[in-house]
Design a protein around this ligand. Structure first.
Ligand code: SF4
Ligand code: SF4
Length: 374
C-alpha cells in the first residue's frame, strides 16, 4: 500500500481490477484523449495506484462519449466499458471516504436508506408536532401574518434546533469525508489559479459539453440535455438555499418569521429554485431510465435515482405548501416538507450528493497536475 492510500477502507477488488484493466487499455490506445479530463490525467501515469484510480473515477462526468467511440467496447472480446467501470469505482470511493466509517455501508443500499429517511423524517416531524402542539392546529386554517403561521404548527425552538443539529452534522460529515478523499489523492501544491479553473469547469459543467456538441446522454446521438438539466437542478438548489438564508436573516435578525408574502425575496427565490429543481430532477430521472443501459451500472440505479427523487419531492412539497397557504392542508404539507428536508440533511453525506464535492476536488487536482506538467 502506498503512503497516499487510505489506511482502513478499500473498494471491492473486482471493481478496482475492472477500472485498472480498462484504463491500461486506454493508456495504450489513447483514441479518446480529447474527450474529457480523464484521459489527459490518465496519461500522466504508467500504472495506477488505488488513489490514482479513485481520482480518475471522480474526474469522470459519466458523459459516455468514450463508450460509443470505443472500438473495444462490447461485443468486442476486450469488453471495455469505461463509463460503467468509472461509475462503479466512483460509488465505491464514496463509501471508502465516508465519515464516520461505520456508516459507509449506507452507500451500498442507498435507495432503501433514502426511502427510509424520507418516511422516517416525515413520521418524526408529524409525531413531534402532534406531541408538542394542539393537534387541531395541524388541520386548522392559520393566519398568514408576521409572527403567526408556521411556528403555530411547529414550535420555533423545535424547528430551529432540529434544522441546526441536522445541518451541522451533515456539514461535519461532508467535510471529514472530503478530507479523507483529499488526503488519499496526495495532492500537494494547489494555487489560486487551479481553484479558479476548477470552479469555472464545475460551474459550467465543461466536460458535459463535449466541446460544444454535447454528450451521449441517451444513446450514440449527441445532445446537451443532461448538461442543461443538471444546471437547472444545481442552480435551482442554490436558489432554494439562498431563499432559506434570506428567510433565516428575516426571522432571526429582523424578527420577521415565515410565511412571507408571494412577492417577497425568499418566496421569489424559492419559486425559481423549486421550478429549477423539479424540471432538472424530473428530466434527469427520465434520461436515466430511458437511456441506453449498457454504459450504466444496474447496481447503482437506487443510489443514482434516490437523491433525484428526494430533491424532487422536497421541491414539489415546497411549491405545494405555497399553493395551499391559508387552507386546512397547510399544516400537514408543512410537516411532510420539513420531514423530507430532515431526511435529506441526514442522508446527504451518504448519498450521491457527495459527488459534487469529490468531483470538484478532482478538478482542482487535475488543474494542478496539468499546470505542473505543462
Ligand atoms: S475508451 Fe476505447 S477507444 Fe477510447 S481510449 Fe479507451 S480503449 Fe481507446
Ligand atoms: S464517460 Fe465521458 S467523462 Fe467519463 S471517461 Fe468517458 S469520455 Fe471521459
Amino acid at each position: 500500500m502506498s503512503s497516499t492510500e487510505h489506511p482502513t477502507a478499500t473498494p471491492p477488488s473486482h471493481v478496482v481490477q475492472d477500472a485498472r484493466r480498462a484504463l491500461e487499455v486506454c493508456n495504450a490506445c489513447r483514441y479518446c484523449e480529447g474527450f474529457c479530463a480523464v484521459f489527459p490525467a490518465m496519461e500522466l501515469h504508467r500504472d495506477f495506484s488505488n488513489a490514482d484510480l479513485s481520482h480518475l473515477a471522480n474526474l469522470c462526468h459519466n458523459c459516455k462519449d468514450c463508450y460509443y467511440a470505443c472500438q473495444y467496447a462490447p461485443p468486442h472480446e476486450f469488453g471495455i466499458n469505461v463509463p460503467k467501470a468509472m461509475a462503479e469505482l466512483r460509488h465505491a470511493s464514496y463509501a471508502q471516504y465516508a465519515w464516520p466509517r461505520g456508516l459507509s455501508g449506507a452507500f451500498q443500499r442507498n435507495g432503501l436508506i433514502t426511502a427510509l429517511a424520507m418516511s422516517g423524517g416525515i413520521a418524526l416531524v408529524l409525531l413531534l408536532t402532534l406531541l408538542l402542539q394542539n393537534p387541531a392546529r395541524l388541520f386548522g386554517i392559520l393566519p398568514v401574518a408576521p409572527g403567526a403561521g408556521f411556528y403555530l404548527i411547529i414550535p420555533k425552538a423545535v424547528m430551529t434546533l432540529t434544522a441546526l443539529a441536522a445541518g451541522l452534522y451533515a456539514l461535519l460529515a461532508l467535510a471529514l469525508g472530503f478530507r479523507n478523499f483529499w488526503k488519499d489523492a496526495g495532492t500537494t501544491r494547489v494555487s489560486g489559479a487551479d481553484i479558479h479553473q476548477a470552479l469555472k469547469d464545475a460551474a459550467s459543467l465543461r466536460y458535459l459539453g463535449g466541446g460544444g456538441h454535447g454528450c451521449n446522454d441517451e444513446n450514440g446521438a449527441f445532445s446537451n440535455r443532461r448538461r442543461y438539466l443538471h444546471h437547472l437542478m444545481a442552480y435551482g438548489f442554490l436558489l432554494c438555499f439562498a431563499a432559506t438564508c434570506v428567510g433565516a436573516v428575516y426571522d432571526l435578525l429582523l424578527g420577521y418569521p415565515a410565511p412571507y408574502p408571494p412577492s417577497s425575496l425568499p418566496v421569489l427565490l424559492g419559486i425559481a429554485g423549486g421550478a429549477g429543481i423539479v424540471t432538472g430532477c424530473a428530466g434527469l430521472l427520465w434520461l436515466k431510465m430511458a437511456g441506453d443501459q449498457d454504459p450504466q451500472s444496474r447496481n447503482l440505479l437506487g443510489a443514482d435515482t434516490g437523491l433525484l427523487l428526494l430533491l424532487l419531492m422536497i421541491a414539489l412539497t415546497g411549491l405545494l405548501l405555497l399553493a395551499l397557504r391559508s387552507t386546512s392542508a397547510q399544516g400537514i404539507v408543512l410537516c411532510i416538507h420539513l420531514g423530507l428536508v430532515l431526511g435529506f440533511f441526514l442522508t446527504m453525506p451518504y448519498s450521491k450528493f457527495v459527488h459534487g464535492l469529490y468531483r470538484f476536488g478532482a478538478l482542482v487536482r487535475h488543474a494542478a497536475d496539468q499546470r505542473r506538467h505543462g
